[in-house]
Design a protein around this ligand. Structure first.
Ligand code: SME
Length: 175
């Protein structure tokens, strides 16, 4: 496995952080195709990488991981590899933030989860959330979900950076 060490400078600009994160995730996933393996390492790199940033030390990340389309019920998401506290195992399309990202195939950037209709509170510490759909050839495969303990944890730089992360993951896995 090729390794690129994480940038440990906590005050690095977020754009630069995400460009490094994309390279790092590419390096740890390009020699493997099994999605369980790649999503496991990706959730670790994303969670610990974001936690190391100054921005997220003020606004701590408390959960980062994946929900996949359930092969036994294609209108449900099922819990995949993640970092953080125990989470709900199944989410119907259209329910909560993850379900909205799945149903619309668009990124959901939620400044205050308590204002989001149907938000599913897995961890009471979560106050804001970003969910990026994982789509290949117009087919939904799952979502990347990240929670933050403060409101307004995420912005458009995070959205662009995490959409680029998802692109690399889609390209490097067999689905
Ligand atoms: N809050 C999410 C559910 C998943 S947990 O955050 C891990 C939602 O409303 O979709």
């Amino acid at each position: 496995m090729k390794e690129i060490s994480a940038n440990t400078n906590p005050s690095i600009p977020k754009e630069e952080f995400y460009s490094d994160l994309v390279d790092q995730i590419n390096a740890i996933t390009e020699d493997q195709t099994y999605w369980v393996t790649n999503l496991s390492n990706a959730s670790s790199v994303i969670y610990h990488g974001l936690k190391s940033l100054e921005h997220f030390q003020k606004k701590p990340i408390n959960w980062a991981g994946f929900y996949l389309v359930d092969p036994k019920n294609e209108k449900n998401l099922i819990l995949g590899p993640f970092q953080g506290k125990v989470a709900c195992t199944a989410i119907p399309f259209g329910k909560g933030v993850c379900g909205a990202a799945a149903a619309t195939q668009t990124t959901q950037l939620v400044k205050d989860v308590h204002e989001f209709p149907g938000h599913i509170a897995c961890d009471a510490a979560s106050n804001s959330e970003i969910v990026v759909p994982i789509v290949k050839d117009k087919r939904l495969l799952g979502v990347l979900d990240i929670d933050c303990e403060e409101v307004e944890g995420f912005d458009d730089v995070d959205r662009k950076g995490l959409e680029a992360v998802v692109k690399v993951i889609v390209a490097n896995c067999e689905w």
